[in-house]
Design a protein around this ligand. Structure first.
Ligand SMILES: Cc1cc2nc3c(=O)[nH]c(=O)nc-3n(C[C@H](O)[C@H](O)[C@H](O)COP(=O)(O)OP(=O)(O)OC[C@H]3O[C@@H](n4cnc5c(N)ncnc54)[C@H](O)[C@@H]3O)c2cc1C
Length: 493
Protein backbone atom coordinates (compact mmCIF):
# COMPACT_ATOMS: atom_id res chain seq x y z
CA UNK A 1 0.00 0.00 0.00
CA UNK A 2 1.47 3.37 -0.88
CA UNK A 3 2.17 5.31 2.26
CA UNK A 4 1.85 9.03 1.83
CA UNK A 5 4.13 10.15 4.63
CA UNK A 6 7.75 9.61 3.74
CA UNK A 7 9.65 7.78 6.50
CA UNK A 8 11.99 10.21 8.14
CA UNK A 9 13.71 8.49 11.08
CA UNK A 10 16.18 11.36 11.33
CA UNK A 11 15.29 15.03 11.42
CA UNK A 12 11.74 14.02 12.18
CA UNK A 13 10.35 17.54 12.54
CA UNK A 14 12.62 19.27 10.01
CA UNK A 15 13.20 21.84 12.74
CA UNK A 16 14.84 21.78 16.15
CA UNK A 17 14.11 23.63 19.37
CA UNK A 18 16.16 26.80 19.75
CA UNK A 19 17.30 25.69 23.20
CA UNK A 20 18.10 22.12 24.23
CA UNK A 21 16.54 21.00 27.51
CA UNK A 22 17.69 18.02 29.60
CA UNK A 23 14.94 15.43 29.92
CA UNK A 24 15.05 12.39 32.19
CA UNK A 25 12.43 9.78 31.29
CA UNK A 26 11.35 7.42 34.06
CA UNK A 27 10.29 4.13 32.45
CA UNK A 28 11.56 2.74 29.17
CA UNK A 29 8.56 0.87 27.80
CA UNK A 30 6.48 1.98 24.81
CA UNK A 31 5.68 5.50 26.04
CA UNK A 32 9.17 6.16 27.43
CA UNK A 33 11.10 5.06 24.35
CA UNK A 34 8.74 6.72 21.86
CA UNK A 35 8.87 9.95 23.82
CA UNK A 36 12.65 9.80 24.13
CA UNK A 37 13.04 9.40 20.37
CA UNK A 38 10.63 12.27 19.62
CA UNK A 39 12.23 14.66 22.13
CA UNK A 40 15.66 13.75 20.79
CA UNK A 41 14.49 14.60 17.28
CA UNK A 42 13.10 17.86 18.64
CA UNK A 43 16.66 18.78 19.62
CA UNK A 44 16.74 17.91 23.33
CA UNK A 45 19.03 15.77 25.47
CA UNK A 46 17.22 12.67 26.69
CA UNK A 47 18.14 9.91 29.13
CA UNK A 48 15.81 6.98 29.86
CA UNK A 49 15.86 5.07 33.15
CA UNK A 50 14.23 1.65 33.12
CA UNK A 51 14.15 -0.79 35.97
CA UNK A 52 13.84 -4.02 33.94
CA UNK A 53 16.98 -5.78 32.83
CA UNK A 54 17.03 -5.15 29.08
CA UNK A 55 15.14 -4.48 25.88
CA UNK A 56 12.62 -6.87 24.39
CA UNK A 57 11.44 -8.52 27.61
CA UNK A 58 7.72 -9.31 27.75
CA UNK A 59 5.61 -12.25 26.76
CA UNK A 60 2.38 -10.81 25.48
CA UNK A 61 0.85 -9.73 22.23
CA UNK A 62 -0.54 -6.36 21.34
CA UNK A 63 -2.63 -4.81 18.63
CA UNK A 64 -1.29 -2.20 16.27
CA UNK A 65 -4.17 -0.08 14.95
CA UNK A 66 -3.71 2.06 11.81
CA UNK A 67 -3.09 5.27 13.77
CA UNK A 68 -0.10 3.53 15.41
CA UNK A 69 1.04 1.87 12.18
CA UNK A 70 1.26 5.32 10.63
CA UNK A 71 3.62 6.52 13.37
CA UNK A 72 5.84 3.45 13.02
CA UNK A 73 6.06 4.01 9.28
CA UNK A 74 6.79 7.65 9.82
CA UNK A 75 9.64 6.76 12.18
CA UNK A 76 11.16 4.58 9.48
CA UNK A 77 10.07 1.31 11.09
CA UNK A 78 7.54 0.25 8.45
CA UNK A 79 9.63 -2.49 6.86
CA UNK A 80 10.37 -4.07 10.25
CA UNK A 81 6.72 -3.87 11.25
CA UNK A 82 5.58 -5.60 8.07
CA UNK A 83 8.24 -8.28 8.54
CA UNK A 84 7.58 -9.02 12.21
CA UNK A 85 3.88 -8.36 12.66
CA UNK A 86 0.83 -10.03 11.12
CA UNK A 87 -1.69 -7.95 9.19
CA UNK A 88 -5.32 -8.32 10.24
CA UNK A 89 -7.64 -8.80 7.26
CA UNK A 90 -10.85 -9.36 9.22
CA UNK A 91 -12.36 -9.76 12.69
CA UNK A 92 -14.98 -12.43 13.37
CA UNK A 93 -17.43 -12.18 16.25
CA UNK A 94 -18.66 -15.57 17.48
CA UNK A 95 -21.16 -16.86 20.00
CA UNK A 96 -19.09 -18.31 22.82
CA UNK A 97 -20.71 -21.68 23.48
CA UNK A 98 -21.44 -22.77 19.91
CA UNK A 99 -18.93 -20.78 17.87
CA UNK A 100 -21.83 -19.58 15.68
CA UNK A 101 -20.81 -16.67 13.45
CA UNK A 102 -22.50 -13.47 14.65
CA UNK A 103 -20.84 -10.86 12.54
CA UNK A 104 -17.58 -9.68 11.10
CA UNK A 105 -15.57 -6.60 10.38
CA UNK A 106 -13.60 -6.61 7.15
CA UNK A 107 -10.50 -4.44 6.83
CA UNK A 108 -11.31 -3.65 3.23
CA UNK A 109 -8.37 -2.55 1.10
CA UNK A 110 -10.22 0.63 0.13
CA UNK A 111 -11.03 1.50 3.73
CA UNK A 112 -7.50 0.87 4.92
CA UNK A 113 -6.14 2.86 1.99
CA UNK A 114 -8.36 5.71 3.10
CA UNK A 115 -6.94 5.36 6.62
CA UNK A 116 -3.49 5.16 5.03
CA UNK A 117 -2.37 2.18 7.10
CA UNK A 118 -3.22 -1.38 8.13
CA UNK A 119 -4.02 -3.06 11.42
CA UNK A 120 -1.56 -5.64 12.81
CA UNK A 121 -0.97 -7.98 15.72
CA UNK A 122 2.56 -8.22 17.10
CA UNK A 123 4.65 -9.27 20.08
CA UNK A 124 5.18 -6.63 22.74
CA UNK A 125 8.84 -7.69 22.84
CA UNK A 126 9.30 -7.06 19.09
CA UNK A 127 7.79 -3.59 19.33
CA UNK A 128 9.90 -2.78 22.36
CA UNK A 129 13.10 -3.84 20.60
CA UNK A 130 12.25 -1.79 17.52
CA UNK A 131 11.68 1.35 19.59
CA UNK A 132 14.77 0.73 21.69
CA UNK A 133 16.99 0.42 18.60
CA UNK A 134 15.41 3.52 17.09
CA UNK A 135 15.95 5.67 20.19
CA UNK A 136 19.51 4.50 20.79
CA UNK A 137 20.50 4.95 17.13
CA UNK A 138 19.21 8.53 17.35
CA UNK A 139 21.46 9.23 20.35
CA UNK A 140 19.21 8.61 23.36
CA UNK A 141 20.91 7.09 26.39
CA UNK A 142 18.87 4.20 27.83
CA UNK A 143 19.92 2.70 31.17
CA UNK A 144 18.41 -0.60 32.29
CA UNK A 145 18.42 -2.05 35.82
CA UNK A 146 17.84 1.44 37.19
CA UNK A 147 15.10 1.75 39.76
CA UNK A 148 13.86 5.28 40.36
CA UNK A 149 12.73 5.53 43.98
CA UNK A 150 11.68 9.16 44.02
CA UNK A 151 10.75 11.97 41.66
CA UNK A 152 11.14 15.51 42.98
CA UNK A 153 8.63 17.99 41.57
CA UNK A 154 10.15 21.04 43.30
CA UNK A 155 13.69 20.62 41.96
CA UNK A 156 13.16 18.53 38.83
CA UNK A 157 15.25 15.46 39.59
CA UNK A 158 15.03 11.76 40.28
CA UNK A 159 16.51 9.68 43.07
CA UNK A 160 17.82 6.25 42.14
CA UNK A 161 17.89 3.18 44.37
CA UNK A 162 21.70 3.50 44.29
CA UNK A 163 21.36 6.83 46.14
CA UNK A 164 22.40 8.87 43.12
CA UNK A 165 20.31 11.93 42.23
CA UNK A 166 19.93 13.01 38.60
CA UNK A 167 18.89 16.58 37.77
CA UNK A 168 16.87 17.50 34.70
CA UNK A 169 14.97 20.43 33.27
CA UNK A 170 11.91 18.20 32.93
CA UNK A 171 11.21 14.68 34.18
CA UNK A 172 8.91 12.62 31.98
CA UNK A 173 6.86 10.11 33.95
CA UNK A 174 6.48 7.12 31.64
CA UNK A 175 6.44 4.62 34.48
CA UNK A 176 2.90 3.32 34.11
CA UNK A 177 -0.35 3.87 35.97
CA UNK A 178 0.89 3.13 39.46
CA UNK A 179 4.40 4.53 39.16
CA UNK A 180 6.09 7.06 41.39
CA UNK A 181 5.75 9.88 38.82
CA UNK A 182 1.97 9.78 38.79
CA UNK A 183 1.91 9.72 42.56
CA UNK A 184 4.12 12.81 42.72
CA UNK A 185 2.03 14.74 40.19
CA UNK A 186 -1.37 13.57 41.34
CA UNK A 187 -0.62 13.57 45.05
CA UNK A 188 -0.51 10.63 47.46
CA UNK A 189 -3.34 8.23 48.16
CA UNK A 190 -4.95 7.96 44.73
CA UNK A 191 -7.60 5.29 44.95
CA UNK A 192 -7.74 2.99 41.95
CA UNK A 193 -11.13 1.42 41.43
CA UNK A 194 -11.09 -2.20 40.35
CA UNK A 195 -12.70 -2.28 36.92
CA UNK A 196 -15.04 -5.00 35.71
CA UNK A 197 -12.52 -6.77 33.48
CA UNK A 198 -9.26 -8.58 33.86
CA UNK A 199 -7.14 -9.19 30.80
CA UNK A 200 -4.89 -12.15 30.34
CA UNK A 201 -2.38 -12.12 27.55
CA UNK A 202 -1.27 -15.57 26.56
CA UNK A 203 0.92 -16.89 23.82
CA UNK A 204 0.92 -20.30 22.24
CA UNK A 205 2.66 -21.78 19.25
CA UNK A 206 -0.01 -23.51 17.23
CA UNK A 207 1.22 -27.04 16.67
CA UNK A 208 -2.02 -28.78 17.58
CA UNK A 209 -3.60 -30.44 14.49
CA UNK A 210 -7.12 -29.76 15.78
CA UNK A 211 -6.38 -26.06 15.86
CA UNK A 212 -4.89 -25.98 12.37
CA UNK A 213 -8.12 -24.48 11.10
CA UNK A 214 -7.37 -21.30 13.05
CA UNK A 215 -4.24 -20.92 10.97
CA UNK A 216 -5.58 -22.30 7.73
CA UNK A 217 -8.86 -20.32 7.72
CA UNK A 218 -7.20 -17.06 6.90
CA UNK A 219 -3.79 -15.90 8.04
CA UNK A 220 -4.09 -13.02 10.44
CA UNK A 221 -7.81 -13.45 11.13
CA UNK A 222 -8.85 -12.22 14.59
CA UNK A 223 -11.62 -14.07 16.43
CA UNK A 224 -13.72 -12.90 19.32
CA UNK A 225 -15.86 -15.38 21.27
CA UNK A 226 -18.46 -13.36 23.14
CA UNK A 227 -19.85 -14.91 26.32
CA UNK A 228 -21.71 -13.91 29.46
CA UNK A 229 -19.39 -11.54 31.40
CA UNK A 230 -16.42 -13.10 29.63
CA UNK A 231 -14.87 -13.08 26.19
CA UNK A 232 -11.87 -14.49 24.39
CA UNK A 233 -9.98 -12.71 21.64
CA UNK A 234 -7.35 -14.48 19.58
CA UNK A 235 -4.94 -13.06 17.04
CA UNK A 236 -1.60 -13.77 15.43
CA UNK A 237 1.39 -11.85 16.73
CA UNK A 238 4.00 -13.38 14.41
CA UNK A 239 4.03 -16.16 11.86
CA UNK A 240 3.95 -19.00 14.40
CA UNK A 241 2.54 -17.51 17.57
CA UNK A 242 -0.93 -16.76 18.63
CA UNK A 243 -2.08 -14.36 21.36
CA UNK A 244 -5.12 -15.32 23.36
CA UNK A 245 -6.63 -12.57 25.45
CA UNK A 246 -9.26 -13.44 27.99
CA UNK A 247 -11.53 -10.98 29.65
CA UNK A 248 -13.36 -12.06 32.75
CA UNK A 249 -14.25 -10.46 36.06
CA UNK A 250 -11.87 -10.90 38.95
CA UNK A 251 -11.36 -9.01 42.16
CA UNK A 252 -8.05 -10.61 43.09
CA UNK A 253 -5.75 -9.72 40.21
CA UNK A 254 -3.41 -6.73 40.19
CA UNK A 255 -2.39 -4.44 37.35
CA UNK A 256 0.80 -6.07 36.11
CA UNK A 257 2.46 -7.06 32.85
CA UNK A 258 5.37 -9.09 34.07
CA UNK A 259 4.29 -11.68 36.65
CA UNK A 260 3.47 -15.07 35.13
CA UNK A 261 0.38 -16.82 36.47
CA UNK A 262 -0.88 -20.40 36.33
CA UNK A 263 -3.77 -20.34 33.87
CA UNK A 264 -5.79 -23.28 35.13
CA UNK A 265 -8.08 -21.52 37.63
CA UNK A 266 -8.94 -18.94 34.98
CA UNK A 267 -9.29 -21.43 32.14
CA UNK A 268 -11.93 -23.24 34.18
CA UNK A 269 -14.08 -20.12 34.04
CA UNK A 270 -14.37 -20.72 30.28
CA UNK A 271 -15.57 -24.33 30.51
CA UNK A 272 -18.82 -23.51 28.73
CA UNK A 273 -17.02 -21.99 25.71
CA UNK A 274 -16.83 -24.01 22.49
CA UNK A 275 -14.26 -26.76 22.14
CA UNK A 276 -11.73 -24.76 20.11
CA UNK A 277 -11.41 -22.29 22.96
CA UNK A 278 -11.09 -25.06 25.54
CA UNK A 279 -8.32 -26.61 23.50
CA UNK A 280 -6.49 -23.35 23.02
CA UNK A 281 -6.55 -22.63 26.72
CA UNK A 282 -5.18 -26.07 27.54
CA UNK A 283 -2.21 -25.44 25.24
CA UNK A 284 -1.24 -22.07 26.65
CA UNK A 285 2.37 -21.87 27.75
CA UNK A 286 2.74 -18.39 29.24
CA UNK A 287 0.20 -16.17 30.92
CA UNK A 288 0.20 -12.71 32.35
CA UNK A 289 -2.78 -11.57 34.34
CA UNK A 290 -3.48 -7.87 34.53
CA UNK A 291 -6.43 -6.33 36.29
CA UNK A 292 -8.38 -3.45 34.84
CA UNK A 293 -7.89 -0.62 37.30
CA UNK A 294 -9.51 2.77 36.85
CA UNK A 295 -7.51 5.89 37.57
CA UNK A 296 -9.20 8.42 39.81
CA UNK A 297 -8.68 11.32 37.46
CA UNK A 298 -7.21 11.91 34.05
CA UNK A 299 -7.05 15.65 34.41
CA UNK A 300 -3.62 16.19 36.02
CA UNK A 301 -0.89 15.51 33.49
CA UNK A 302 1.88 17.76 34.83
CA UNK A 303 2.70 19.55 38.06
CA UNK A 304 2.12 23.27 38.59
CA UNK A 305 5.73 24.18 37.76
CA UNK A 306 6.01 22.01 34.68
CA UNK A 307 8.80 19.94 36.20
CA UNK A 308 7.21 16.50 35.85
CA UNK A 309 5.01 15.48 32.92
CA UNK A 310 3.03 12.25 32.61
CA UNK A 311 2.73 10.27 29.42
CA UNK A 312 1.19 6.97 28.32
CA UNK A 313 -0.48 4.78 30.93
CA UNK A 314 0.83 7.06 33.69
CA UNK A 315 -1.52 9.75 32.38
CA UNK A 316 -4.47 7.78 31.01
CA UNK A 317 -4.83 4.05 31.51
CA UNK A 318 -7.10 1.95 29.30
CA UNK A 319 -8.48 -1.39 30.34
CA UNK A 320 -5.98 -4.14 29.52
CA UNK A 321 -6.11 -6.00 26.26
CA UNK A 322 -7.66 -3.18 24.27
CA UNK A 323 -6.64 -1.96 20.85
CA UNK A 324 -5.24 1.43 21.78
CA UNK A 325 -3.04 0.97 24.89
CA UNK A 326 0.22 1.45 23.03
CA UNK A 327 -1.13 3.64 20.24
CA UNK A 328 -2.21 6.37 22.66
CA UNK A 329 1.20 6.31 24.34
CA UNK A 330 2.91 6.75 20.98
CA UNK A 331 0.55 9.54 19.98
CA UNK A 332 1.36 11.36 23.25
CA UNK A 333 5.04 11.04 22.41
CA UNK A 334 4.54 12.40 18.91
CA UNK A 335 2.54 15.41 20.11
CA UNK A 336 4.91 16.24 22.97
CA UNK A 337 7.93 15.94 20.68
CA UNK A 338 6.36 18.08 18.00
CA UNK A 339 5.43 20.83 20.49
CA UNK A 340 8.87 20.85 22.11
CA UNK A 341 10.53 21.11 18.70
CA UNK A 342 9.06 24.63 18.71
CA UNK A 343 10.55 25.68 22.04
CA UNK A 344 12.30 29.03 21.71
CA UNK A 345 13.61 29.69 25.22
CA UNK A 346 14.03 28.25 28.70
CA UNK A 347 11.43 30.69 29.95
CA UNK A 348 8.97 29.02 32.30
CA UNK A 349 6.00 30.63 30.55
CA UNK A 350 7.06 29.16 27.20
CA UNK A 351 7.43 25.70 28.68
CA UNK A 352 4.11 25.89 30.54
CA UNK A 353 2.30 26.90 27.36
CA UNK A 354 3.64 23.87 25.51
CA UNK A 355 2.65 21.59 28.37
CA UNK A 356 -0.84 23.09 28.48
CA UNK A 357 -1.06 22.51 24.74
CA UNK A 358 0.10 18.89 25.15
CA UNK A 359 -2.70 18.13 27.58
CA UNK A 360 -5.23 20.17 25.65
CA UNK A 361 -4.50 18.27 22.45
CA UNK A 362 -4.35 14.84 24.00
CA UNK A 363 -6.83 14.69 26.83
CA UNK A 364 -10.11 14.65 24.91
CA UNK A 365 -8.73 12.12 22.46
CA UNK A 366 -7.71 9.78 25.30
CA UNK A 367 -11.02 10.15 27.11
CA UNK A 368 -12.92 9.38 23.89
CA UNK A 369 -10.85 6.33 23.07
CA UNK A 370 -11.10 5.09 26.64
CA UNK A 371 -14.90 5.31 26.52
CA UNK A 372 -15.07 3.57 23.19
CA UNK A 373 -12.67 0.76 24.19
CA UNK A 374 -14.49 0.23 27.45
CA UNK A 375 -17.76 0.07 25.53
CA UNK A 376 -16.35 -2.60 23.21
CA UNK A 377 -15.34 -4.77 26.17
CA UNK A 378 -18.79 -4.29 27.66
CA UNK A 379 -20.53 -5.22 24.39
CA UNK A 380 -18.39 -8.33 24.05
CA UNK A 381 -19.42 -9.61 27.48
CA UNK A 382 -23.19 -9.01 27.64
CA UNK A 383 -25.10 -11.87 29.25
CA UNK A 384 -28.32 -13.31 27.76
CA UNK A 385 -31.25 -11.77 29.63
CA UNK A 386 -29.66 -8.33 29.65
CA UNK A 387 -31.84 -6.03 27.50
CA UNK A 388 -28.70 -4.95 25.61
CA UNK A 389 -28.08 -8.54 24.54
CA UNK A 390 -30.95 -8.47 22.04
CA UNK A 391 -30.00 -4.97 20.87
CA UNK A 392 -26.43 -6.07 20.22
CA UNK A 393 -27.48 -9.20 18.36
CA UNK A 394 -29.99 -7.26 16.27
CA UNK A 395 -27.14 -4.91 15.31
CA UNK A 396 -25.02 -7.89 14.34
CA UNK A 397 -27.87 -9.29 12.23
CA UNK A 398 -28.18 -5.95 10.44
CA UNK A 399 -24.46 -5.86 9.80
CA UNK A 400 -24.55 -9.42 8.40
CA UNK A 401 -27.14 -8.31 5.91
CA UNK A 402 -25.01 -5.50 4.60
CA UNK A 403 -21.84 -7.58 4.78
CA UNK A 404 -20.16 -5.56 7.51
CA UNK A 405 -18.18 -2.67 6.22
CA UNK A 406 -18.75 -3.45 2.60
CA UNK A 407 -17.19 -0.47 0.86
CA UNK A 408 -19.59 -0.73 -2.04
CA UNK A 409 -22.55 -0.15 0.31
CA UNK A 410 -21.16 2.71 2.32
CA UNK A 411 -24.37 4.68 1.84
CA UNK A 412 -26.02 2.32 4.32
CA UNK A 413 -26.55 4.14 7.67
CA UNK A 414 -25.22 1.20 9.72
CA UNK A 415 -22.00 1.14 7.72
CA UNK A 416 -21.67 4.88 7.87
CA UNK A 417 -21.70 4.62 11.67
CA UNK A 418 -19.02 1.95 11.56
CA UNK A 419 -16.94 4.08 9.21
CA UNK A 420 -17.30 7.14 11.46
CA UNK A 421 -16.05 5.06 14.38
CA UNK A 422 -13.14 3.77 12.26
CA UNK A 423 -12.26 7.23 11.08
CA UNK A 424 -12.39 8.70 14.57
CA UNK A 425 -10.29 6.15 16.34
CA UNK A 426 -8.01 4.86 13.56
CA UNK A 427 -7.78 8.00 11.46
CA UNK A 428 -6.14 10.16 14.15
CA UNK A 429 -3.00 11.96 13.01
CA UNK A 430 -0.88 12.90 16.00
CA UNK A 431 1.48 15.23 14.14
CA UNK A 432 -1.41 16.96 12.39
CA UNK A 433 -3.10 17.50 15.77
CA UNK A 434 0.04 19.19 17.09
CA UNK A 435 0.49 21.28 13.92
CA UNK A 436 -3.17 22.30 13.90
CA UNK A 437 -2.87 23.47 17.48
CA UNK A 438 0.21 25.47 16.59
CA UNK A 439 -1.51 27.18 13.69
CA UNK A 440 -4.73 27.84 15.64
CA UNK A 441 -3.22 28.83 18.97
CA UNK A 442 0.52 28.48 19.18
CA UNK A 443 1.48 31.41 16.99
CA UNK A 444 -1.11 33.58 18.68
CA UNK A 445 -0.09 32.69 22.22
CA UNK A 446 3.58 33.12 21.40
CA UNK A 447 2.92 36.66 20.22
CA UNK A 448 0.64 37.43 23.12
CA UNK A 449 3.21 36.19 25.58
CA UNK A 450 5.79 38.48 23.99
CA UNK A 451 3.62 41.55 24.67
CA UNK A 452 3.15 42.55 28.32
CA UNK A 453 -0.39 43.77 27.75
CA UNK A 454 -1.74 43.00 24.37
CA UNK A 455 -5.04 44.33 23.20
CA UNK A 456 -6.81 41.44 21.57
CA UNK A 457 -9.14 42.85 19.06
CA UNK A 458 -9.37 40.39 16.24
CA UNK A 459 -12.28 38.32 17.43
CA UNK A 460 -15.79 39.58 17.51
CA UNK A 461 -16.90 40.26 21.07
CA UNK A 462 -19.27 37.31 21.08
CA UNK A 463 -16.22 35.04 20.76
CA UNK A 464 -14.78 36.29 24.03
CA UNK A 465 -16.52 33.55 25.98
CA UNK A 466 -14.42 31.04 24.12
CA UNK A 467 -11.20 33.02 23.92
CA UNK A 468 -10.76 34.03 27.52
CA UNK A 469 -11.04 30.52 29.06
CA UNK A 470 -8.76 29.19 26.32
CA UNK A 471 -6.15 31.85 27.12
CA UNK A 472 -6.63 31.13 30.78
CA UNK A 473 -5.77 27.48 30.26
CA UNK A 474 -2.66 28.56 28.43
CA UNK A 475 -1.65 30.89 31.24
CA UNK A 476 -2.24 34.06 29.23
CA UNK A 477 -5.26 35.73 30.81
CA UNK A 478 -3.20 38.31 32.61
CA UNK A 479 -1.84 39.54 29.28
CA UNK A 480 -5.16 39.90 27.59
CA UNK A 481 -7.49 42.82 27.52
CA UNK A 482 -10.36 42.22 25.15
CA UNK A 483 -11.70 45.37 23.58
CA UNK A 484 -13.06 46.18 20.18
CA UNK A 485 -12.50 44.77 16.72
CA UNK A 486 -9.80 45.79 14.30
CA UNK A 487 -8.37 43.75 11.48
CA UNK A 488 -4.72 44.55 11.56
CA UNK A 489 -3.33 43.95 14.98
CA UNK A 490 -0.43 41.71 14.08
CA UNK A 491 -2.14 38.64 15.42
CA UNK A 492 -3.37 37.33 12.12
CA UNK A 493 -1.44 34.60 10.45
C1 LIG B 1 6.98 -5.85 30.13
C2 LIG B 1 5.67 -5.35 29.59
C3 LIG B 1 4.91 -6.17 28.75
C4 LIG B 1 3.69 -5.71 28.23
N1 LIG B 1 2.98 -6.53 27.42
C5 LIG B 1 1.82 -6.09 26.88
C6 LIG B 1 1.06 -6.92 26.00
O1 LIG B 1 1.44 -8.03 25.71
N2 LIG B 1 -0.11 -6.45 25.49
C7 LIG B 1 -0.56 -5.21 25.80
O2 LIG B 1 -1.62 -4.82 25.29
N3 LIG B 1 0.13 -4.39 26.62
C8 LIG B 1 1.30 -4.81 27.18
N4 LIG B 1 1.99 -3.99 28.05
C9 LIG B 1 1.39 -2.69 28.41
C10 LIG B 1 1.64 -1.64 27.33
O3 LIG B 1 3.01 -1.46 27.11
C11 LIG B 1 1.04 -0.34 27.80
O4 LIG B 1 -0.32 -0.49 28.12
C12 LIG B 1 1.13 0.77 26.74
O5 LIG B 1 2.07 0.48 25.76
C13 LIG B 1 1.52 2.09 27.40
O6 LIG B 1 2.85 1.92 27.82
P1 LIG B 1 3.58 2.78 28.94
O7 LIG B 1 4.98 2.85 28.48
O8 LIG B 1 2.83 3.99 29.25
O9 LIG B 1 3.47 1.87 30.26
P2 LIG B 1 4.13 0.49 30.59
O10 LIG B 1 4.24 -0.35 29.40
O11 LIG B 1 3.42 -0.05 31.77
O12 LIG B 1 5.64 0.87 31.02
C14 LIG B 1 6.04 1.42 32.23
C15 LIG B 1 7.55 1.18 32.34
O13 LIG B 1 8.07 1.88 33.44
C16 LIG B 1 9.00 1.07 34.12
N5 LIG B 1 9.05 1.54 35.51
C17 LIG B 1 8.02 1.61 36.38
N6 LIG B 1 8.44 2.13 37.55
C18 LIG B 1 9.75 2.40 37.39
C19 LIG B 1 10.74 2.94 38.26
N7 LIG B 1 10.42 3.32 39.51
N8 LIG B 1 11.99 3.08 37.79
C20 LIG B 1 12.32 2.71 36.52
N9 LIG B 1 11.42 2.18 35.66
C21 LIG B 1 10.16 2.04 36.10
C22 LIG B 1 8.40 -0.33 33.97
O14 LIG B 1 9.38 -1.33 34.18
C23 LIG B 1 7.90 -0.29 32.54
O15 LIG B 1 8.87 -0.67 31.63
C24 LIG B 1 3.20 -4.40 28.58
C25 LIG B 1 3.97 -3.60 29.42
C26 LIG B 1 5.18 -4.05 29.93
C27 LIG B 1 6.00 -3.14 30.85
Amino acid sequence: MPFPTAPVKEDLFRRRAEVALDFVVVGGSIAGLSCAYNLNQAGHNVRVLERSSGPGIGTGGLRVPPNMTKLLFHWGLGAQLVKLAVKCPRIEFLESTTGEYLSGLVMHEEVMAELQADMYGMLYSDLHLMLYDLAVAAGVRVDFNVNVVDVDVSEPSVLLASGQRLQADIVIGADGPQGISRERVFGPGEKFKIGPFTGYTLIRILWDPKLRSLVDDEMGLWKVWMGAHRCVLTFFVCSDQYAVQLICPSQEAVHNWTKSMPLLPTAEKFDDFEETVQRLLRLVTQTVETQNVIQESTSVWYDKDGHVVLIGDAAHLLNPGTTHGSSLAMEDAAVLGSLFSRLRSRDKGDIMRLLAAYQEIREDRCVEVNKSEFGKCAISTIAPGDPMYEVRNAGFAASREVKALDWENLGDPYLQNVWEEFKGSFGYEAYDAADDWWVDWGILTERLAAAPTMVVTSAAEEDNDELVPAFDRLGLTSHVVVTSVTQDNGLHR
